[in-house]
Design a protein around this ligand. Structure first.
Ligand SMILES: [Zn+2]
Length: 567
């Protein structure tokens, strides 16, 4: 691992906080250090208040910000004296900690300070960098992990046994380090969690992280805990993938996006002894709110495998609960035995985050296996984080449910003005889009994680099959077909090929948008609800888009009656 620090770049940043933004982003740029909102950083500085008094302030990463893209306003300014006093308390429950941390802020509109703010405050250095680095956590998550960390770093790092994040962690470290000379240490390793480094200089604190991670990577290499995966072959049944997504949506009680990970690494992982290695638990406990503790393993009979998963999850809840409420028991990802892996989310972003976390986890597990065996935290310890009120609050915050969240729409003639307006509106209401057109420009127009363009001639069976494969692998299936037809199109082919997939969709709909002189009476071979919009040449595209959204949301309409003619 190498330092990304560039002096000429750093020279542009004048204030403590600006430099903090700069090195936080350097950390955030490497997904093997932090992923999707993981990790946190801080800087101790001072500010003058309204009464011209100087106050010591900890600027600490605000909750909801990502280190890769953080800005100055992503750091919460918290009064140091309050945080240090809080560290002296014998007990503090989590909701009170959040409340008093907020009360200690000098800007009430700043984001909530990280739940590790007190810990950052007690580390007696200006800059503090905290990451969930893959290499270090891979080593801590093995049998005798602590001994290996000692062997690797000697007495240059403080080693903290695993304890739940939040006040109890800050308190433990406060008690452990009261008589400790911090300047003797290069960093602090939190078992099964991550790494802290610190220094009065922004560059030195950041580069301590790089140095310690580099040592961990070399240690893995020296112990042959490396991974080289050859090209893997894959065969998956698209209809089975769509059926799995349907079943997952049923258990979750909402339309769900299912992303197939068919990378060589994912396929290779699915061929290992996954009954053991995939069922240990996550790499760091905060992953649990995304991935759940363990994935489902799906064999020949995925329905009964999912039933078993739900049963086991409920059992895990029963064994560990105090007064918590059961979360939905569906898995958030699954391993198709000897196949590939799937990640499930209420939208593409959520499913993609889970996929990214999995990729790092699979690699760490396979390396840890070569280092004596992967060993995660106990189910009880993971449960504590999964059902932690502060983690639950994070999830609730991001819950907004647009009308078509988790749904998947295919559009034909997608570079037409009508299609562009429809795709934009469906997507703004939550739908993932597969956009088809013979015009190759479709691929640059629709080029987002949840809007994918494909060059496709809808009179070619092979092209339509490719479009189906793209929809099922990228999103899990097909719910809505928006078929824009001209006289010369062979629409029947589209209907025939998509029919089986639409039948496995969630509240499926077909919406035909035709020109006034086109007769589509013989096109409706499907028993999926079909709505028709007959549009004149000059009809406002937004009106058409709104109609499509209304129709796609109303599956109870009797299909043959659902015909609207626009002038
Ligand atoms: Zn952490």
């Amino acid at each position: 691992m190498i330092s990304l620090w560039k002096q000429e770049e750093a020279n542009k940043y004048k204030t403590d906080l600006d430099l903090r933004v700069y090195t936080s982003r350097l950390l955030g740029r490497d997904s093997s250090l932090v992923l999707h909102g993981g990790g946190n950083t801080s800087v101790k500085s001072s500010a003058t208040n309204l009464f011209n008094e100087t106050q010591d302030i900890l600027y600490v990463k605000g909750s909801g910000w990502d280190l890769a893209t953080i800005e100055a306003e992503g750091f919460a300014p918290v009064k140091m004296d309050m945080l240090l006093k809080m560290a002296e308390l014998k007990e503090l429950n989590d909701p009170d900690m959040v409340k008093y941390q907020r009360l200690a802020m000098t800007n009430p509109s700043a984001p909530n300070p990280s739940v590790e703010a007190i810990l950052h405050a007690i580390i007696p250095f200006k800059f503090v960098d905290h990451t969930h680095t893959d290499a270090v956590v891979t080593i801590t998550n093995t049998k005798n992990g602590e001994a290996k960390i000692k062997e690797l770093y000697g007495d240059k790092v403080l080693i903290i046994p695993y304890i739940m994040p939040g006040f109890v962690l800050a308190k433990l470290i406060y008690d452990m380090t009261r008589d400790v000379d911090w300047s003797k240490f290069d960093g602090m390793v939190l078992m099964n969690h991550g790494l802290f480094t610190f220094n009065d200089d922004a560059k030195k604190s950041y580069e301590k992280t790089i140095e310690l991670v580099d040592k961990a990577e070399n240690y893995l290499a020296k112990n042959k805990a490396t991974l080289h995966v050859d090209k893997q072959s894959l065969h998956v049944e698209l209809l089975e993938l769509a059926s799995i997504r349907k079943e997952i949506s049923n258990i979750k009680n909402h339309a769900t996006i299912s992303i197939l990970n068919d990378s060589d690494e994912a396929i290779y992982f699915s061929k290992q002894n996954i009954e053991i290695i995939s069922q240990q638990g996550p790499l760091t406990p905060d992953h649990v709110i995304r991935t759940k503790r363990v994935p489902a393993i799906l064999g020949n009979d995925f329905k009964s495998d999912l039933e078993d998963y739900v049963k086991t999850y409920k059992q895990y809840f029963k064994e560990n609960k105090k007064d918590e409420t059961l979360l939905n028991p569906a898995p958030n990802f699954a391993i198709l035995k000897n196949g590939a892996t799937l990640s499930f989310g209420k939208n593409t972003k959520e499913a993609k985050i889970i996929k990214d976390i999995n990729e790092h986890t699979f690699e760490a597990i396979l390396k840890a296996e070569k280092l004596g065996g992967y060993k995660a935290l106990s189910p009880a310890e993971i449960f504590e984080v999964e059902y932690w009120s502060l983690e639950q609050a994070k999830l609730k915050k991001s819950t907004s449910n647009p009308e078509f969240a988790g749904k998947i729409a295919i559009l034909t003639q997608a570079t037409s003005e009508k299609a562009l307006a429809i795709a934009k509106m469906l997507n703004s209401k939550g739908a993932a889009i597969i956009a088809l057109d013979v015009n190759p420009k479709v691929q640059s127009i629709f080029n987002k994680a949840d809007m994918i363009g494909l060059k496709c001639d809808t009179t070619s069976q092979e092209d339509i099959k490719n479009a189906i494969a793209l929809a099922v692998k990228s999103f899990g299936g097909i719910d809505i077909l928006v078929n824009i037809s001209s006289n010369e199109d062979n629409n029947n082919l589209v209907f025939q090929e998509l029919d089986a997939f639409l039948k496995l969709g969630i509240d499926s709909n077909i919406i035909n948008i035709i020109t006034p002189n086109l007769d589509i009476s013989d096109l409706n071979s499907s028993d999926i609800p079909i709505h028709t919009i007959v549009s004149g040449l000059n009809t406002d595209t937004n009106i058409i888009a709104e109609l499509v959204c209304t129709m796609a949301g109303k599956t109870f309409l009797n299909t043959q009656d659902s015909k609207i003619t626009l002038k």
